[in-house]
Design a protein around this ligand. Structure first.
Ligand code: ZN
Length: 77
C-alpha cells in the first residue's frame, strides 16, 4: 500500500498514512486537532518534491518541527 501525506485544513499539520490506493482522506482525522477529512498532499511521497524543495519531507507526525512556532520556514506554516 502506498503512503500518502495529508494535511489538515484546520491546524495545517501534516501527517502520513499508509492508505489504500485512492485514499482521499475522507475517512481520516487529523492526529493533532481531530478534524476530519484532511486533504491529500500530492507529489510528496518519500522523496524530495518535483520542484526541488524539500518541503514534502518536512514532517511525518503532524507538521514539521518548526510548525509549533506558527511561522515555519521549513514547510511554510
Ligand atoms: Zn489538525
Amino acid at each position: 500500500m502506498p503512503v500518502y501525506e495529508f494535511k489538515c485544513a484546520e491546524c495545517e499539520s501534516r501527517f502520513e498514512r499508509l492508505s489504500q490506493m485512492g485514499e482521499t482522506g475522507k475517512n481520516l482525522n487529523c492526529p493533532k486537532c481531530g478534524k476530519p477529512e484532511p486533504y491529500r498532499v500530492m507529489s510528496s511521497f518519500r522523496t524530495v518534491g518535483k520542484n526541488g524543495d524539500s518541503d514534502s519531507f518536512a514532517g511525518s507526525g503532524g507538521g514539521c518541527s518548526g510548525c509549533s512556532s506558527g511561522n515555519c520556514a521549513t514547510c511554510g506554516h
